[in-house]
Design a protein around this ligand. Structure first.
Ligand code: ADE
Length: 227
């Protein structure tokens, strides 16, 4: 899979996407990430990419021309399956969308800043608009990093233990059960006996019950969505 990301702050994206599982995915050739700096497409000496809003009001808007020039350049090399704009007024991101996107070959992500991007770019190019939650970030970069990380780890072969993504929270619309490692007794706090029983069926059943309990208590909204 190839993911290109348009940003005016590439540095913000470099670190989160160049460690741990994301780096491994790239080293294995399973994921190619290209961060495209929008600045050189900006106007004049200052490579300006934003301008005042028509109609007045505080906050600048990222303009059509630099974005369109950048997107056209990228489209001339790649046939994107989706062009995604990260924005707080997009559809709310969740595991199901990550699963869908992990099946694509080419994604283009656009990170906004200030008051966002000119509506005409959204109309002309953007195929999907995604919000990572009901709060406002200073720009789309952290949201883009969240998308790439959550999608990248689902690409077959990226995780060592292929099944481990399947047992993540949300993957079966339940939160994950509690997990334990050594020591068995930590300052008098014990690992549940069932996990030491060696009985796979019992352990699976216990984990399912724990997931259900945890989901009922913490996220009853997810259970209602399953109906
Ligand atoms: N840009 C600013 N806030 C955002 C959010 N919550 N989700 C996605 N992109 C954003």
């Amino acid at each position: 899979m190839q993911i290109k990301i348009i940003s005016i702050l590439p540095e913000l994206l470099e670190s989160p996407l160049s460690h741990s599982i994301m780096q491994r995915a790239q080293d294995k050739g399973l994921l190619k990430i290209e961060i495209v700096n929008l600045r050189p497409y900006g106007k004049g000496k200052h490579q300006q990419v934003d301008d005042y809003q028509f109609g007045g009001g505080a906050g600048m808007v990222m303009g059509c021309e630099p974005l369109a020039a950048c997107i056209e350049d990228l489209k001339s090399e790649t046939n994107f399956d989706e062009i995604i704009y990260l924005t707080p007024d997009g559809e709310r991101y969740e595991q199901g969308i990550a699963n869908q996107l992990s099946l694509k070959d080419n994604l283009l992500l656009i990170c906004g800043h200030y008051k966002g991007i000119d509506e005409r770019i959204r109309e002309k190019y953007v195929t999907r608009e995604i919000s990572i939650g009901d709060y406002v970030l200073s720009g789309g970069e952290l949201a883009a990093a969240v998308l790439v990380d959550s999608i990248g780890r689902l690409i077959p072969g990226v995780l060592n233990d292929e099944t481990s993504a399947l047992t993540d929270s949300f993957q079966d619309k339940l939160l994950a059960p509690p997990v334990y490692t050594r020591p068995r007794d930590w300052n008098g706090m014990q690992v549940p006996d069932v996990l030491l029983s060696g009985n796979d069926a019992l352990i699976e059943n216990w984990r399912y019950e724990q997931s259900l309990e945890r989901t009922k208590k913490r996220r009853p909204d997810i259970l209602r969505d399953n109906d």
